[in-house]
Design a protein around this ligand. Structure first.
Ligand SMILES: C[S@@+](CC[C@H](N)C(=O)[O-])C[C@H]1O[C@@H](n2cnc3c(N)ncnc32)[C@H](O)[C@@H]1O
Length: 254
């Protein structure tokens, strides 16, 4: 058990990504159930997830799941139609969800367990379902998350508030547990972050038009040498302008 640190809008970037990039999945599912695993000392990010995803689909349901019974009891006051809270863990209680969102939870577990819990959660998904597993800074200005399914990790997304970083590799501290130990010379993720910093440095003149233009320019440059997602829904200017950048997980591990 941890202090359960959380806060208003901490997961806004990941919520926005889920609602936009996976809008089709959310809209087309027969049973649009989303689980927020490990929501923390207050259910605030679960409430925000519910509000944001309900904008995509009015009948979507969210269940906050916590291992700490006191946190479940505290959240129960916020129950309402479509929003519930339950005690549980990676085995995910109840019927299979379409999406499992787990943020700042696996950080506290050793790497080997993180892989195992990915598998366990994936085994609980509805067919075609998705896990969004990530880590972010205390106020959410730096975030990295993985999109994965029963076949394994698919995408890695970096997200930053412009002005919240000096260079892209500042986001390395938020890499998922399953990748962070690989951020050393000789590993692909390290080479990627090094190249991204270089593209960022070369794009410095575009900073005269704002950090957003510099980010977009750096992404374009980087896409010459890395298989970034460069078109919708995962990539391209519409995502980059938000301070996001996604690429296939397979590009980062040899
Ligand atoms: C740091 S808080 C994260 C809160 C929120 N998700 C956020 O990102 O702001 C981590 C929470 O995960 C919960 N947790 C840890 N292991 C868990 C598990 N196996 N199943 C469910 N919740 C767990 C802890 O009790 C804690 O409340």
């Amino acid at each position: 058990m941890t202090r359960g640190t959380t806060g208003h809008n901490r997961l806004r970037r990941a919520d926005r990504w889920l609602a936009a990039v996976h809008e089709g999945l959310l809209r087309s599912a027969a049973d649009p159930l989303v689980v927020d695993l490990g929501y923390g000392a207050s259910p605030v990010t679960t409430l925000e997830l519910f509000a944001r995803l309900r904008m995509v689909r009015r009948d979507l349901e969210v269940v906050g799941v916590e291992i700490d019974p006191e946190r479940v009891a505290a959240a129960s006051a916020y129950r309402k139609p479509g929003l519930d809270f339950r005690r549980g863990g990676f085995e995910i209680p109840g019927r299979p969800p379409l999406v499992i969102r787990a943020f700042n939870v696996l950080r506290q577990y050793p790497e080997a367990e993180a892989w195992r819990y990915w598998e366990l959660m994936a085994s609980r998904l509805q067919p075609g379902g998705l896990i969004v597993e990530g880590t972010c800074s205390e106020i959410g200005h730096r975030a990295v998350w993985v999109g994965l399914d029963p076949a394994g990790p698919r995408t890695l997304t970096f997200a930053a508030r412009f002005g919240g970083i000096d260079k892209p590799s500042d986001l390395a501290e938020r890499l998922p547990k399953t990748l962070i130990h690989r951020n050393v010379p000789g590993e692909r993720v390290h080479a990627f972050l090094t190249d991204w910093d270089r593209a960022w440095a070369v794009s410095a003149p575009f900073g005269a038009y704002g950090a957003r233009q510099r980010w977009i320019r750096a992404a374009l440059l980087l896409s010459d040498s890395w298989p970034l997602h460069t078109s919708a829904p995962y990539g391209g200017t519409a995502r980059w302008r938000l301070g996001e950048l996604s690429l296939p997980w397979s590009a980062l591990v040899s």
